[in-house]
Design a protein. Structure first.
Lengths: 128, 267, 386
């Protein structure tokens, strides 16, 4: 076998391996679909709008964290002019109080495992 | 490859390397110029605590203060003393104030239980040594805070603290937090996770709601506990703490070290 | 040059296999530490730094000792060190790597290590330690590669390497001084808070590092055709002798201050180490072994006729390394925490997982060292053959 052939075979093998995530999940495409999130019953308005929250809630939470822990601020004014207390447990989870049926479902779908709940508790001191 | 391209690539590589190494220095220099030295920052207010040694001789007073704090902050109750976490607890007088006892000090004085906690020093060595500013002295109120998101668990602050006020989470604390009757955790305060350091935070989260620290509130509900713990602002000339400091004989821990503790003990 | 890392006989691959196996053991233990937390070590709320940080301290010294070869060769044209310098630089690289790993395994939240770089804190000596160690690693890598490449080609290295070499000399001193400052600036720990800590660190570094270098040189002489030269080895042995004398003097000076002043603050730690304190005496046998080793090595290494015998030099160097290891890698860090700020004595002993992880880190460092030295040996042999 010439060197050229060896290199070509190696390139093909590497490409196949690199594309593993894609072809491995091909059969399961139908199952995934968008996650079914359980929305809070009493509120329809979140701190910011849905599109913002879906894409940038982590940014918002980090901003809140720095403001509360490092600056001692507690008040957040949203783009719509409403004020909220900056707290994951106290504000966010006041409405989204079931981590499993809301937060977890999207995180599982996106295959991320944020470590917030290693420390932060659900309202009422619950943990799941 | 031509010499020009090779030279360019080498120089580009060096430039990237230089930037990568140089940026922390630039940020560090900027940090110094912007904020000045951490411990020289004058706080607009400084929270302080006064502990009345005699009133705290009452076992119930001491027990109630520690229990309230630990409940308020989901502090775990770990039986192994090597891993035990305390935010406020008691030690013997001879260990808290080693410079105040001598060979002929009576045993009952030496063994006297004294409440100890983080002193939220004016010149805190723990802040000085933290490599990530996960602990720092808040300019607004003088509290030596912990940012549990940033702590890398190096424990340098624990080596630097002359008072033993800090505790490290050697394991996951959740299994050791006493649940209430519903099986829930006693408070909504975030528990910590393994691998970070924690200590008394002067109940910063209660202070911003205008409440007193949990330990102070708890002792006032106990018979004989009125005035056992007093909390206030040193920058306020009319505060109760200033009144006591001006009228009574108070001492603080290891004064000669220059840390400037803000917890005072009425002798 | 990199292909030379793969060219070796059976002994080479077996050695790498041994290091690799130990690394795997260390990794398994570390996995357990990551999931269960640091309580599986012997550390406690009173003794918050143990085996990991003490090994780090010992190895920073070994890394800094490369200056003892670089300085005479480059600054004073001491030609005899011609083939020793590359070994010194390789040892420095491997030692700094182990230092970084020991810090990493000691951290409670190692995933957040980047916070040290994202939030620079010039007030913290630990911040500066990361900077100078990283810089030193880069310096030694670049200098080592460039000078060795140049030697291989038979041409002088590029001109810009010279200023880097000159820079590496004060930089080597700085890494161990900064590490000493980590300890000596803490008012909470009277055992550490002494101005002589930095000089002590340097003296012990210049004894332990060159000793290790001598042992490695002797091993290379035995198993390969690479010979750094007997004169170079002898000169290093002389350096070790005088460094040990200075180190011993510094220790005696410290003992005097504590014992003569009779101040509990200054005395407690030495009492704990040499006679035991309040019934706690875990380190006492180690300290006396260290004292005997120090005395014997100082006396023997100062006698030229003893120093010149190869079969005596090897065990003497091993004794020096052990003595310094007891001093820095065992006694120094833990004793800073005894007694605690509240007057309690909590002793420390490393646990099995802790030792496994430490052995794993050492194995990884020696793996890298073996590969680096193999490259050097192979290239040299080819050069000599032509």
């Amino acid at each position: 076998m010439s060197d050229r052939t060896k290199v070509l075979i190696a390139v093909v093998v590497v490409l196949v391996l690199a594309a593993f995530p894609t072809w491995q999940a091909l059969g399961a495409a139908g199952e995934a679909g968008r996650p079914d999130l359980e929305m809070p019953e009493n509120e329809t308005q979140c701190v910011e709008d849905t599109e913002f929250m879906t894409a940038r809630h982590m940014e918002l939470l980090n901003q809140w964290r720095n403001a509360v822990v490092r600056e001692g601020d507690t008040e957040y004014t949203s783009t719509s002019g409403e004020t909220y207390t900056m707290s994951l447990t106290g504000t966010c989870m006041d409405c989204h109080n079931n981590r499993e049926t809301f937060c977890q479902r999207c995180h599982d779908y996106a295959d991320v495992a944020p470590r917030c709940w290693d420390c932060h508790v659900e309202p009422g001191g619950g943990e799941r | 490859m031509s010499e020009d391209r090779r030279t360019f690539l080498k120089e580009a590589g060096c430039a990237v390397l230089g930037l990568g190494c140089g940026l922390p220095f630039v940020r560090g220099a900027l940090a110094i110029t912007q904020h000045g030295s951490e411990e020289e920052a004058q706080s607009s207010s400084q929270w302080a605590m006064v502990v009345d040694l005699e009133k705290c001789l009452n076992d119930e007073v001491r027990a109630v203060s520690a229990a309230a704090c630990h409940r308020e902050h989901n502090v775990p109750d770990i039986p192994d003393p090597d891993d035990e976490i305390d935010w406020i607890w008691d030690e013997k007088y001879q260990d808290v104030f080693p410079d105040q006892v001598h060979e002929h000090s009576p045993a009952e004085m030496r063994e006297m239980p004294v409440l100890v906690l983080c002193n939220h020093c004016t010149n805190p060595p723990c802040v000085r040594v933290c490599p990530t500013k996960a602990t720092w002295k808040r300019e607004s109120d003088g509290i030596v805070m912990m940012d549990q998101h940033r702590c890398i668990g190096c424990r340098y602050c624990m080596a630097a603290c002359p008072y033993g006020s800090r505790s490290f989470n050697w394991r996951d604390p959740r299994a050791f937090i006493q649940r209430d009757d519903n099986g829930e955790m006693p408070s909504d305060f975030p528990t910590r996770t393994k691998g970070v350091v924690e200590k008394c935070n002067f109940c910063a989260e209660r202070l911003r709601e205008g409440k007193q620290p949990a330990c102070v509130e708890a002792v006032h509900a106990v018979a004989g506990g009125e005035g056992a713990l007093t909390f206030g602002n040193l920058a306020d000339p009319d505060s109760e703490v200033n009144r006591i400091l001006g009228e009574k004989h108070t001492i603080s821990r290891r004064v000669s070290l220059g840390t400037g503790p803000n917890v005072f003990y009425v002798v | 040059m990199l292909q030379d890392a793969f060219r070796g006989g059976r002994k080479y691959w077996v050695l790498l296999g041994i290091w690799g196996a130990l690394v795997v053991v260390g990794l398994a233990a570390y996995g357990r530490q990551l999931s269960e937390g640091l309580h599986i070590t012997g550390m406690s709320q009173d003794v918050t730094w143990g085996l990991y940080i003490s090994q780090f301290t010992f190895l920073v010294g070994v890394a800094a000792s490369a200056v003892m070869v670089v300085l005479p060769y480059y600054l004073h044209n001491y030609k005899a060190f011609g083939r020793m310098v590359i070994l010194g630089e390789g040892l420095a690289v491997s030692a700094v790597l182990m230092c970084a790993l020991f810090i990493l395994v000691d951290m409670g939240q190692p995933m957040r290590v980047m916070n040290v770089f994202l939030h620079p804190s010039p007030n913290s000596l630990m911040f500066w330690d990361t900077q100078v160690l990283f810089g030193y690693l880069l310096l030694n890598l670049v200098i080592g590669v460039m000078t060795f490449e140049a030697e291989r080609k038979g041409a002088p290295p590029p001109r810009w390497v010279k200023p880097l070499i000159y820079l590496s000399i004060p930089w080597a001193i700085s890494i161990h001084t900064v590490t000493a400052f980590l300890y000596s600036g803490l008012e909470a720990r009277t055992f550490w808070m002494t101005a002589i800590l930095a000089p002590r660190f340097l003296a012990s570094a210049f004894a332990s590092g060159p000793s290790l270098l001598i042992l490695l040189a002797l091993i290379l002489r035995r198993f390969t055709r690479f010979d750094p030269g007997w004169e170079a080895i002898q000169k290093l042995a002389t350096i070790v002798a005088y460094a040990m004398v200075v180190n011993l003097f510094f220790v005696l000076v410290e003992l005097f201050t504590g014992i003569y002043s009779d101040m509990p603050h200054h005395l407690h730690a030495f009492e704990y180490l040499f006679v035991g304190l309040e019934g706690h005496s875990a380190l006492v046998p180690w300290m006396w072994i260290g004292a005997v080793l120090t005395t014997v090595t100082v006396v023997c290494l100062l006698i030229p006729s003893v120093r010149r015998q190869e079969r005596l030099l090897a065990p003497l160097c091993a004794a020096v390394i052990l003595a310094i290891w007891i001093e820095k890698g065992l006694a120094m860090v833990v004793t800073g925490f005894i007694p605690s700020p509240l007057g309690q004595i909590t002793e420390y002993a490393p646990t099995a997982p802790e030792i496994a992880i430490s052995v794993g880190v050492y194995a990884l460092g020696f793996f890298v060292l073996t590969v680096l030295y193999k490259v050097v040996v192979n290239v040299r042999e080819r050069l000599e053959a032509t």
